[in-house]
Design a protein around this ligand. Structure first.
Ligand SMILES: [Zn+2]
Length: 479
């Protein structure tokens, strides 16, 4: 049954993050988990509107950067999957194979990632330098038979609303420049849309996407102190080009392998924002992506309906001028119930319009983030966008601060353990050697060295072997 507005749902305290997270997604009408396949769920209309407002942003950004929307088939021939062994080694057990026909013949695999469907086509399309660069993306579902515990929007068997950008370049330099561009795009989505810090690390080479030569990964620090991988920009070098035979002839007729990138992320963006800002009353959405930014609640008295709705029409006109996404909750239910719905759905602003407010020419306005209550005069309605920008800045500042305060620079094993066990991220000097890495993460259960700092400056001693080193490794528990 789709969540009806007639029920108040109990939300577990956020200190129990895992239950809180599920409660909030359900009470706010984001997802329904009752679908009978593990790791798969239904996006409810409000949830999909939210996802869609983020998708529209990335569509716009990619288009502006010359990255074009495309679509490749969901079903991938097994022969394509097997072209890159290192990729296939990783995904063959997680892959869903599709059978059809009277003899139940395997027709192919459901896309676990885009490469094996896309790259054989790139190989057919590219002949000369004039065919380059190719810059394309798709927003699709990917399927992986996860054996670990699944968690909605974080670890699913159907990974929905996932964008992947796949670009091909003639030179290494061009590819590296484009990679910087991808990093900028992801950073923009984090900071300008989601009000979250763009926390980027370099991946240790053995931990990169199968077949790639280097990667920037983005991480989010979740309320339970674990870090979640949340977007990556992979430099594939020429590794995939050599496997998939993606090459062009230069002016002298010599074959050159191309340079490739792939960059992706999806609904985990939302999982991070929901987890960062939500509270016991429900969601608190970053206003730039909230599908409804302002909810107008008429406080209706008998005989005053016309005055109230005429006034609301005027307010609507002003909001339309500013492109504010708003709704009027005109249902015939109590205002208290409407406040609850607006809160649980995380709508950034709520404005009440009653007869007395109209007389006074000012309206009570409640800001969901921080539960701040103020009055807005009717001639100040033209400033709603400023209020939205202000909320966004405050949210970004707070989430940035939480992340930075959680990163603890440590130089002993004891401090490392104590930092991680108190839900922080430990940062240590590390010589870059895998043996040292293995010893460091063996200090506690579930520890992972998820990447190195992209702007390390100093030099110190590797926490394990004491060799001088300038790399700073982040260690935390992870999903
Ligand atoms: Zn070392």
């Amino acid at each position: 049954m789709v969540k009806q507005d007639s029920t108040y749902e109990k939300i577990t305290p956020k200190s129990n993050y895992s239950d809180w997270y599920n409660d909030v997604l359900s009470a706010a009408g984001i997802l329904d988990f009752s679908y009978d396949l593990k790791g798969m769920f239904v996006w409810l209309p409000y949830g999909f509107k939210l996802m869609d407002s983020l998708i529209k942003k990335w569509d716009e950004l990619f288009e502006k950067n010359g990255i074009q929307k495309s679509y490749f088939p969901l079903l991938v021939p097994l022969s394509y999957c097997q072209i890159n062994e290192s990729w296939w080694d990783k995904f063959k057990e997680e892959g869903y194979k599709v059978i059809a026909g009277a003899d139940d013949k395997v027709q192919g695999a459901l896309r676990p990632t885009g490469e094996p469907a896309i790259y054989p086509m790139y190989s057919k399309w590219i002949r000369s330098k004039n065919d380059l660069p190719i810059k394309m993306y798709e927003t699709v579902s990917s399927f992986r038979y996860e054996t670990k515990q699944t968690r909605p929007l974080i670890r699913d068997r159907e990974i929905t609303n996932w964008f992947e950008i796949h670009t091909v370049h003639a030179t290494k330099g061009e590819a590296e420049n484009e990679l910087k561009n991808h990093v900028k795009i992801i950073t923009y989505l984090y900071e300008e849309m989601l009000a979250l810090p763009a926390f980027m690390v370099n991946k240790p080479s053995w931990d990169c996407f199968p077949g790639s030569v280097g990667a920037y990964e983005f991480y989010s620090l979740m309320p339970d102190g674990k870090v979640m991988e949340n977007g990556s920009a992979n430099n594939l070098g020429q590794a995939y080009a050599k496997k998939f035979d993606i090459k062009y002839k230069d002016d002298k007729g010599v074959d050159n392998y191309c340079w490739q990138l792939c960059t992706g992320n999806g609904a985990r963006f939302l999982a991070a924002a929901i987890s960062e800002f939500g509270d016991e009353k429900g969601l608190i959405l970053p206003p730039k992506i909230a599908p409804i930014q302002l909810m107008i609640i008429p406080i209706v008295f008998k005989g005053k309906e016309k005055i109230i709705f005429d006034e609301i029409d005027k307010i609507k006109e002003e909001l339309l001028k500013q492109n504010i996404r708003f709704e009027v909750d005109a249902r015939e239910i109590s205002p208290g119930r409407k406040y609850y719905d607006s809160e649980v759905k995380g709508i950034p602003l709520r404005m009440e319009v009653g007869p007395r407010d109209i007389e006074n020419k000012e309206y009570p306005l409640t800001i969901r983030y921080g539960n701040e209550k103020l009055k807005i005069k009717s001639h100040e309605l033209k400033n709603i966008n400023n209020i939205i920008n202000d909320i966004h800045s405050k949210m970004l500042k707070a989430s940035n601060m939480r992340l930075h305060e959680s990163i603890k620079f440590v130089n002993s094993s004891k401090d490392l353990i104590s930092a991680i066990e108190s839900k922080n991220i430990a940062k240590v000097y590390w010589c870059g050697n895998q043996e040292c890495y293995d010893k460091l993460i063996a200090l506690g259960e579930g520890y992972e060295g998820f990447g190195t700092s992209t702007d390390s400056k100093g030099t110190g001693k590797c926490l394990n072997c004491s060799k001088p080193s300038h790399e700073e490794l982040f260690i935390a528990k992870s999903y």
